[in-house]
Write a protein that binds this ligand. Structure first.
Ligand code: HEC
Length: 126
């Protein structure tokens, strides 16, 4: 996966890794290049608190209240992943977005930082 491939996705067009309800096998094949070290999880948490907690809640339970378009923010402390539970699918959901509330973050968060977020979200699993 290259930065170029991801920037091509930013136009909002469909790509092979575009998130799908129920999961996307092509996205699932994208391997996480960032080991889930304590440093990576801590970096992901910092970005989460800044950009994600207003909807997904301070502890990830989907109770932040900030979803203006009426969507229900995902609860990261249950083990339900509407768009797939693999690292690659979670990465795709963040980078490409899934709904009016769950916007694409590709222009705001680098790929490396998004993998830190993936590692943080996975640390919240039961
Ligand atoms: C404006 C509110 C809002 C913000 C801010 C937001 N989200 Fe979301 N998020 C949602 C909603 C609503 C959904 C459910 C979307 C759907 O069902 O299509 C969602 C879904 C997701 C999913 C898919 C979960 C699954 O079950 O497969 C992931 C991953 C995710 N968000 C991560 C993040 C991260 C990481 C950030 C911060 C960079 C973030 N979100 C910021 C509202 C938000």
């Amino acid at each position: 996966m290259s930065a170029v491939a991801w920037s091509a996705a930013q136009g909002g067009g469909l790509t092979p890794t575009t998130p799908k309800r129920g999961g996307n096998p092509a996205a699932a094949k994208v391997a996480n290049p960032v080991p889930a070290t304590p440093a990576s999880v801590a970096a992901g948490r910092k970005t989460y608190m800044l950009l994600c907690s207003r909807c997904h809640g301070p502890s990830g339970q989907g109770d932040g209240g900030g979803a203006g378009a009426g969507g229900q923010p995902a609860d990261f402390t249950d083990d339900v992943w509407d768009f797939g539970s693999s690292d690659g699918e979670i990465f795709a959901a963040i980078q490409q977005g899934t709904s009016a509330d769950m916007d694409s973050y590709a222009e705001r968060i680098s790929a490396a930082e998004t993998w830190n977020l993936v590692n943080y979200l996975k640390s919240l699993r039961p």
